[in-house]
Design a protein around this ligand. Sequence first.
Ligand SMILES: [Fe+2]
Length: 107
Amino acid sequence: MTDDEGRYTFRTIKPGAYPWGNHFNAWRPNHIHSSLLGPSISTRLVIQMYFPGDPLLDLDPIYLGTPEGARERLISKFSMDVTEPDFSLGYVFDIALRGRNKTPMED
Ligand SMILES: [Fe+2]
């Protein structure tokens, strides 16, 4: 659930790259899938959040299938403001449901 200002947080283990059978020696970049649920299952939106600096991004057909100019909105930003000392790195990933800067969604 988001708070009154639409903010959210969660803790998880940073995922690793994994191989997939899309083509020879194909690997997915580190990413986290998110589902945003509205009032019904038909309003479910699916997003993949990537991590900055991942060398696999330039090889990933899903990332590259996102229109240029929108791809960067799928990459989280490392933030010392949300990094917790001696515990965890923090990333910020804003999701926009509408408007010019809408986050690209999977159809
Ligand atoms: Fe995945």
